[in-house]
Design a binder for this molecule. Sequence first.
Ligand code: CP3
Length: 358
Amino acid sequence: MTPTTPGAARDSMPATGVAGSPLVRAARREPVPHTPVWFMRQAGRSLPEYREIRTGVPMLESCRRPELVTEITLQPVRRHGVDAAILFSDIVVPVAAAGVDLDIVPGTGPVVAEPIRTAEDVGRLRPITRDDVGFVDEAVRMLVAELGDTPLIGFAGAPFTLASYLVEGGPSRNHVRTKALMYGEPDLWHALCGRLAEITGEFLAVQARAGVAAVQLFDSWAGALSEADYRRFVLPHSRTVLAGLADAGIPRIHFGVGTAELLGAMGEAGADVVGVDWRTPLDVATRRIGPDLAVQGNLDPCLLFAPWPVIEAEVRRILAEGRAAPGHIFNLGHGVLPETDPDVLTRVVELVHAASAR
Ligand code: CP3
């Protein structure tokens, strides 16, 4: 029996600890006492305690200090009472560990010193081992010990989104060079994504061995592609990453932004849960994804700046639409914006719990 398959045996023997947590149960399409809720980017600039502890510590450096990672990861759990922690790190951490010279520039994002555009450049990307990311292994172990029954979500960037940063050299609106490489040199593209799938796969495997309760694979920018191109150039590589985690026996979440046309294809990548942005109602999304997978989402992060009655109505709408899926994890449709009032996030958690209690 695969651990993520719902079954009578499991239902008659309720799991304890993180395996019995609402997040893991929802991901496995098992009954839950309430809809679980967490927020992408819940650990971050919206929290004053985060801004304080990060003062003077560059982003990549902070990801490499296990005590700091542990404290930052725990901050939103303490404050909001969310149903999961997500490891504080960044999607470019494993590529930096693979030898790519990059920095995370405040207000800009990841910037790569020498973008990857040729076969030689791809050759410079070496596979990683546990020792290249030992700080992540340590942080996860410390967090699992601290978190008790609250699940820790591990994560990584999917090959397409990572490739975009590496090929462009930084954040990009149109992904022009990335697509030029994809269409113009498909063999090189597949070599690059194959290597990125290995790196990301090992990064997630390290987290799984250290004890994360679930993982999320972020393909944040996949929505830039048509379904046909997604299927041809991206899906096989994301599938490799997710398939590599099958034996870990933990739920896998797969998320992208602007993916309305891709939801069906993303649901074929091998995840248990598909993350949906705010553009597609969850009942529509579940029709596209199919009846076998759970969904995660999908409050517009901008809505948190609206008056409370508007937020409340939207949360209730999303909970109602989420009932169309065999499992629902409440989240935003993308990350918490830095200017968000953290008290509003706490209130959303309370509302989700109260309104979904069964
Ligand atoms: O509040 C914060 O922004 C925390 C600190 C921070 C992170 N990454 C944490 C992170 C910062 C400053 C970054 C840099 C960065 N990296 C940016 C933001 C640039 C800016 O200043 O606004 C971006 C876009 C990246 C690249 C990146 N990192 C992507 C595309 C993703 C996937 C999620 C997404 O937003 O689409 C990440 C993951 C990430 N970065 C996480 C964290 C804590 C993990 C996921 C999570 O917490 O949800």
